[in-house]
Design a protein around this ligand. Structure first.
Ligand SMILES: *[C@@H]1O[C@H](CO)[C@@H](O)[C@H](O)[C@H]1NC(C)=O
Length: 140
C-alpha cells in the first residue's frame, strides 16, 4: 500500500500539469540572432501567464532586454526604459503576469536589424478565479 502511494505521488510530481506553463524557444532552432522574423515567430502562439521564453544565443554577440513600449518603438532604450535584461546566452524569461512584453537585442543595430518582438500574455485559464474559491467556501 505504502509503495503504491509513493508511486502515485511520484507520478503526480512528474506529470505535466494540464494547461500549465509552456516553455517557448524563441526562434526555435535558429535561436535569438539576426535573420529570423520574430514577429512571425511570436504570432504563432497564444501566451498565457506562467509561460516562459527560452532565448538561446552567443552571449558575446547578443543580449535580451525587456523594455517599455516607447523603447521598443525607438529600438534605443533610454535610462529607465529597461524592465529586465539578460546576457547569459541561455536565458529563461518568465511571463509571470498577464500583459504586454517587449523584447529586443540591445547590441548596436540588432534591434533595427529585426531582433525585436512583443508578446501579449493572457490570463492563465488553468487557474480558477480566486473569488469562486472564496465564495464556494463561504457557502458550504
Ligand atoms: C490563439 O487564439 C485565437 C483566438 O482565440 C485562436 O483562433 C487561435 O487558434 C489560437 N492559436 C493557437 C496557436 O492556439
Amino acid at each position: 500500500m505504502a509503495a503504491t502511494a509513493i508511486l502515485l505521488l511520484l507520478l503526480a510530481a512528474v506529470s505535466p500539469c494540464d494547461g500549465g506553463a509552456t516553455k517557448y524557444t524563441v526562434g526555435e532552432s535558429d535561436g535569438w540572432t539576426i535573420g529570423p522574423n520574430y514577429d512571425t515567430w511570436s504570432q504563432q502562439y497564444n501566451f498565457t501567464a506562467g509561460d516562459t521564453l527560452a532565448f538561446n544565443y552567443v552571449p558575446v554577440l547578443h543580449d535580451v532586454y525587456q523594455v517599455i513600449q516607447d523603447a521598443f518603438r525607438t529600438c534605443q532604450p533610454a535610462v529607465g526604459q529597461t524592465v529586465r535584461m539578460w546576457a547569459s546566452g541561455s536565458d529563461v524569461v518568465d511571463l509571470a503576469a498577464p500583459g504586454d512584453y517587449y523584447f529586443l537585442c540591445n547590441a548596436p543595430g540588432h534591434c533595427f536589424g529585426g531582433m525585436k518582438f512583443s508578446v501579449s500574455v493572457a490570463v492563465s485559464v488553468a487557474t480558477p478565479p480566486l473569488t469562486e474559491f472564496a465564495q464556494g467556501r463561504m457557502h458550504q
